[in-house]
Design a protein around this ligand. Structure first.
Ligand SMILES: [Zn+2]
Length: 175
C-alpha cells in the first residue's frame, strides 16, 4: 500500500514546483528544438512548449529533425502517473458528458497551459458508478478536483503520497 498521509493543499506547490523531484524531467537530456514524436511538444530554451508555428517552421527545415519523446508522453507510455481523480456517486453518470467537458476544459484552459500536463487515461465503470482520470501531474489532478467541486458541489478529498509523488483526488456526489 502507498504510504499516504493527509494532504495539505498549502504544500502542493512546493512539490510540483521542484523539477528535481520529477525523475522523468531529468531522465533524458534534450537538445534544443527536439520534437516529441507523439504530441509535437517542442523542447526550446530549456522548457517544453506547445507551439504550432514553431513546429511548422521546424518541419519546413526537413533535415535533421530531432525527434524524441517528451516527459509527459514517456509517462503515458510507461503508465506512470502523478495524479488520479476518482469520481463517484449517483450524480456522476447523469451528468457525465458535462463533467467530462469540464475536465477537458481544465486541461486546455489558457491560464494554465503547461504542455507536460496531460490526461493519460480515463477509466469508466458504469456499473460501479466510478470514473478514474489519470494525469501526468498532481497539479492537474488538483485543479480537476477543484473545478468539479466548484461547479457541482459534492464532497472532495485529497491524499498525497510524498514517496510516490502521487496525488489522489476523490470526488463524490450522490444526487
Ligand atoms: Zn509528448
Amino acid at each position: 500500500m502507498f504510504d499516504e498521509k493527509r494532504w495539505n493543499p498549502a504544500n502542493i506547490k512546493k512539490h510540483s514546483a521542484s523539477d528535481e523531484s520529477d525523475a522523468y524531467k531529468n531522465s533524458l537530456s534534450y537538445k534544443d528544438m527536439s520534437v516529441c514524436k507523439s504530441c509535437h511538444n517542442i523542447y526550446h530554451n530549456k522548457r517544453w512548449v506547445k507551439d504550432d508555428e514553431l513546429y511548422k517552421s521546424i518541419l519546413k527545415k526537413k533535415e535533421n529533425i530531432n525527434y524524441t519523446i517528451c516527459p509527459a508522453c514517456l509517462k503515458i507510455k510507461t503508465k506512470f502517473y502523478n495524479g488520479v481523480v476518482e469520481l463517484s456517486g449517483g450524480f456522476l453518470f447523469e451528468h457525465k458528458s458535462d463533467i467530462l467537458n469540464l475536465i477537458n476544459n481544465t486541461v486546455e484552459k489558457a491560464d494554465y497551459i503547461d504542455p507536460l500536463e496531460k490526461i493519460e487515461n480515463i477509466e469508466e465503470n458504469e456499473k460501479e458508478k466510478i470514473i478514474k482520470i489519470y494525469t501526468t501531474s498532481e497539479d492537474l489532478a488538483q485543479r480537476i478536483g477543484r473545478n468539479i467541486e466548484r461547479a457541482y458541489k459534492g464532497e472532495v478529498d485529497y491524499s498525497f503520497s510524498e514517496r510516490d509523488l502521487l496525488l489522489r483526488v476523490y470526488w463524490k456526489r450522490e444526487a
